[in-house]
Design a protein around this ligand. Structure first.
Ligand code: ADP
Ligand code: MG
Length: 254
């Protein structure tokens, strides 16, 4: 383990209340924690990236996590796989329905269980595509919400079809909350992706309001991903996470 951490320049800060993190060096170590259909999503890859290797064991046991790693390091699956693993068992009405047959015609209005907040429309769409792919075998729908486009189709999608996963940009999520079509009170898996970028774009107030609309911190798992670890991101983590484990891939001198 220590050779792996050293080779990839990984630093893990563990609060005194948690046990040490043992990285998952191969995908097969996921087998006892996640359904086979999720494992299948990794078929084309050889091994976990460092952030995945360290984030999976902690997120899958329910910890709050801060992941600091550069772009392109596989962060989407680092939080996406545990998100679906967590919410899939709690939505049996979705598991029993054949998602292929009922696509677009589903009458089950699932409540939003996982929320991913992303800084841009492009990122929201990309992440939504990944979440859709991961959730499909379980009948878990994802909806992307972002500004710059007509709000009505997004409102209709939320109201009529519903979704277990919402991926969106802060401004539009806030709008939809204010309009009463985006109830986050049952969000038990919350991800802030590219937290530093979102704060740079001035989204701090929106993000704080959105996070307050989610299930309380004791019932919720909160993950934050960022390329850097500035004071503003630390403050968000301090307010909205519980004993987070902080994983840094690359220089810890941020
Ligand atoms: P980040 O969010 O850190 O910028 P992404 O999650 O967008 O990175 O992933 C970057 C690319 O790496 C994507 O094309 C993704 O499919 C790919 N990828 C993810 N996990 C692995 C892996 N374990 N091995 C190889 N490639 C991977
Ligand atoms: Mg990313």
């Amino acid at each position: 383990v220590s050779a792996y951490l050293k080779a990839h320049n990984i630093t893990i800060h563990t609060p005194s209340s948690s046990t040490a993190v043992v990285p998952m060096l191969s995908f097969s170590q996921l087998d006892e924690h996640i359904p086979q259909a999720l494992r299948d999503a990794l078929k084309s890859f050889k091994e976990p990236t460092p952030i995945q290797a360290c984030a999976w064991p902690t997120t899958l046991r329910g910890d709050d996590v801060v992941g600091i790693a550069e772009t392109g390091s596989g962060k989407t699956l680092a939080f996406g796989i545990p998100a679906i693993a967590r919410i899939a068992p709690s939505t049996p009405q979705c598991v029993s329905q054949n998602s292929k047959k009922s696509k677009g015609k589903s009458t089950t209005t699932a409540s939003i269980s996982a929320l991913v907040i992303a800084p841009t429309r492009e990122l929201a769409i990309q992440t939504h595509d990944t979440m859709t792919m991961l959730g499909e075998p379980f009948g878990l729908r994802s909806i992307a919400v972002f500004g710059g486009v007509d709000k009505e189709p997004q409102k209709r999608a939320l109201r009529e079809a519903g979704a277990a996963v919402v991926v969106g940009t802060p401004g539009r999520i806030m709008d939809l909350m204010d309009e009463g079509v985006c109830d986050l009170s049952r969000v038990t898996y919350l991800v802030l992706d590219e937290a530093d970028r979102m704060l740079d774009k001035g989204f701090e107030n929106d993000i704080r309001k959105i996070m307050k609309g989610c299930a309380p911190v004791e019932q919720r798992q909160t993950l934050m991903f960022s390329a850097t670890w500035p004071e503003a991101v630390r403050r968000l983590a301090a307010t909205f996470q519980r004993n987070p484990i902080r994983i840094t891939v690359g220089s810890d001198d941020l």
